[in-house]
Design a protein around this ligand. Structure first.
Ligand SMILES: C[S@@+](CC[C@H](N)C(=O)[O-])C[C@H]1O[C@@H](n2cnc3c(N)ncnc32)[C@H](O)[C@@H]1O
Length: 269
């Protein structure tokens, strides 16, 4: 298993989530998407950010969406249920794909949401297969951004939409660790915002929306940290008990301008 999949995959995740759901008073055999929100939205801003990106991207009913690095599929289920899209989740972490598929079945969305285990650098899809490519906090572990966004472009149909909600580099000063995507610099690969935008332009993407959301993200992290430990169900199930430390370090990085949070929507020209 590669280092990135080792970082995210913990083993026994499916059972841990079902146990935590029971402990939180939920019935794993009658799950709603809301029940899963504390554990299946692995990005800044939670469900609100997913809905905001969907609105900005103008995603329409029956659109075919590829969620690159879609994890347990929280965003995919939200898009499928709220907007009527058909979503494929591609993720490098096999355990996330397996557990995500089970959670999808338990929420009755398996006809609209599917999972593929694979690498964003070699996507197992035909050229032009999707109307929308979606990435939410999934580029931070990828060193070769040109290959990543080149693949995004290849699988998008002409005129299709790249919808991004990502963490980028900031001032260029080193990032403090651990952060939720890496315990040390070996698997953390952030590029400055200007370099990312230039790369997207070079690859033939036309920018429609670009917003720096670092200030909102910092406020969101501070609110979460002030609220104290999550209940039985939370992202600590994915990353371990030092998840709170990771959140605190990420907030510090944001506060010091070492990382930024951006939302962007581009069209494949
Ligand atoms: C922080 S999680 C975000 C998950 C999801 N997008 C969300 O917002 O809930 C990052 C995800 O990116 C995936 N990932 C990292 N590198 C990848 C790659 N090269 N190909 C596919 N997935 C990758 C990880 O396995 C992980 O599930």
């Amino acid at each position: 298993m590669c280092d990135v999949a080792v970082h995210y995959g913990r083993g026994g995740l499916g059972e841990a989530i079902l146990e935590a759901l029971r402990a939180a008073g939920k019935d794993p055999d009658a799950l709603t998407r809301e029940d899963l929100a504390p554990v299946d939205q692995f990005h800044t801003g939670g469900r609100d950010a997913t809905l905001e990106l969907a609105r900005r991207a103008g995603i329409v009913q029956d659109a075919t969406v590829l969620d690159v690095g879609g994890g347990l599929g929280g965003a995919a289920r939200l898009l499928a249920a709220e907007l009527g899209c058909r979503v494929t989740v591609l993720d490098l972490t096999e355990e996330y794909c397996r557990v995500g598929a089970d959670l999808t079945r338990r929420t009755g969305l398996e006809a609209r949401v599917g999972f593929r285990h694979g690498d964003a650098l070699a996507m197992p899809f035909a050229a032009g297969a999707f109307d929308v490519v979606w990435t939410q906090h999934s580029s931070m572990n990828v060193a070769d951004k040109a290959a990543l966004y080149g693949e995004c472009r290849r699988v998008l149909r002409p005129g299709g939409t790249l919808a991004m909600h990502e963490i980028t580099g900031g001032t260029g000063t080193p990032v403090h660790f651990p952060v939720p995507w890496a315990r040390d610099p070996a698997i953390s690969h952030l590029v400055p915002v200007a370099a990312l935008r230039a790369l997207l332009g070079d690859l033939g993407f036309r920018e429609r929306v670009w917003e720096d959301q670092s200030a909102q993200a910092l406020a969101w992290f501070r609110q979460r940290l002030a609220a104290g430990p999550a209940g039985p169900l939370g992202l600590h199930l994915l990353l371990g008990r030092d998840f709170a430390t990771m959140l605190g370090t990420l907030a510090r990085n944001l506060d010091e301008g070492r990382v930024r949070v951006v939302m962007g929507v581009c069209e494949r020209a």
